[in-house]
Design a protein around this ligand. Structure first.
Ligand code: ADP
Ligand code: MG
Length: 259
C-alpha cells in the first residue's frame, strides 16, 4: 500500500516536487454524524486519484471540503502551499484554481454553451470577451462539442452537457479538477464519451480527483485508488494492487459486490 506522508512540513509556493494538495487529519461532522474521520492524504502534481467506496462513505464531502463548499471541523487542507481559508477573497481565488464537475452537470440553463464556458473567465479572471471566446472554442473542440456552442444546455444530450461542464472548468486553467461521479447521471451509451475526455485530460497531465464507480476508468487512468468506507480512508493503492489484491475486509467486500 502506497501511502504518502502528508504530515511532512508544509511547503509554501509552487515548489515542483511538493504535493499540490495536502489533506492533513481532517474531520467533519454533520450534527451527530461523523462523516470524515481523520482523513490524511496528499495528491501530487499531475496525479490522477480515483476515490471509490460505498454510498454515504463521505466521498462527496471529501471533494466538497477540498473546494471549501463544505467547512471542516479540524485538520487542514493545503492547495499549492496555501492553507484553505474559511472565507474571503483568498478563498474565492483558491476556489477559482480548483475546477469542479458534478454528477448533475450544473450548467447555467439560460445561457448558451459558449456563455457557460466564458462566464467565469471574463468575470473572475478578467479576460476579454474575445480572448475568453477563443479559448472556450478551443476547449469545446477538445471535448468534441464545438458545433453546439450556440445552443442552450437543454438542447444537448447528457453526455454533451457533461463535456461542456468539463470544458467550463478547464476554461479557468485550474490547478486541479475534482469530478464527483461525473458519469453517474448519464445513459449508458454516453458514459464512454465522457470517460474518454477524462482519460485525455489525465494523459495531458491534469491533476484530478475523480469519484467514480467506473472501474475501467480507474484501471486505465488512475495513478492511485483511495477506498473510503464510513468516513475513513480505508485503503490506498495503485489500481492494479487495489483491484487484484485488496487488503481490507471492507474493500474486498465492496469489490465483490461491484466487480
Ligand atoms: P458519498 O458521496 O460517499 O455517498 P457523502 O459525502 O455524500 O457520501 O455523505 C456522507 C454522509 O454525510 C452521508 O451519511 C450523508 O447522508 C451525510 N450528508 C451529506 N451531506 C449532508 C448534509 N449537508 N447534511 C447532513 N448530512 C449530510
Ligand atoms: Mg457522493
Amino acid at each position: 500500500m502506497k501511502r504518502m506522508d502528508a504530515s511532512a512540513t508544509p511547503v509554501r509556493g509552487t515548489a515542483g516536487d511538493a504535493p499540490l494538495v495536502v489533506i492533513d487529519h481532517v474531520d467533519k461532522h454533520f450534527g451527530e454524524l461523523h462523516v470524515l474521520k481523520d482523513v490524511t492524504t496528499s495528491v501530487a502534481r499531475g496525479e490522477v486519484v480515483v476515490v471509490i467506496g460505498p454510498s454515504g462513505s463521505g466521498k462527496s464531502t471529501f471533494c466538497r471540503a477540498i473546494n471549501r463548499l463544505e467547512t471542516i471541523d479540524s485538520g487542514t487542507i493545503t492547495i499549492d502551499g496555501e492553507v484553505l481559508p474559511k472565507e474571503g477573497k483568498q478563498l474565492a481565488q483558491l476556489r477559482a484554481d480548483v475546477g469542479m464537475v458534478f454528477q448533475s452537470f450544473n450548467l447555467f440553463a439560460h445561457k448558451t454553451v459558449l456563455e457557460n464556458v466564458t462566464l467565469a473567465p471574463t468575470r473572475v479572471r478578467k479576460r476579454s470577451r474575445k480572448e475568453a471566446e477563443a479559448r472556450a472554442m478551443e476547449l469545446l473542440d477538445r471535448v468534441g462539442v464545438a458545433n453546439q456552442a450556440s445552443k442552450l444546455p437543454s438542447q444537448l444530450s447528457g453526455g454533451q452537457q457533461q463535456r461542456v461542464a468539463i470544458a467550463r472548468s478547464l476554461a479557468m486553467d485550474p490547478k486541479l479538477i475534482l469530478l464527483d461521479e461525473p458519469t453517474s447521471a448519464l445513459d449508458p451509451e454516453m458514459i464512454n464519451e465522457v470517460l474518454d475526455v477524462m482519460v485525455g485530460l489525465a494523459r495531458d497531465g491534469m491533476t484530478m480527483i475523480v469519484v467514480t464507480h467506473e472501474m475501467g476508468f480507474a484501471r486505465r487512468a488512475a495513478d492511485r485508488v483511495i477506498f473510503m468506507a464510513d468516513g475513513r480512508i480505508e485503503e490506498e493503492a495503485t489500481p492494479e494492487k487495489f483491484f487484484d489484491a485488496p487488503q481490507s475486509p471492507r474493500a474486498k467486500d465492496f469489490l465483490s459486490k461491484i466487480l
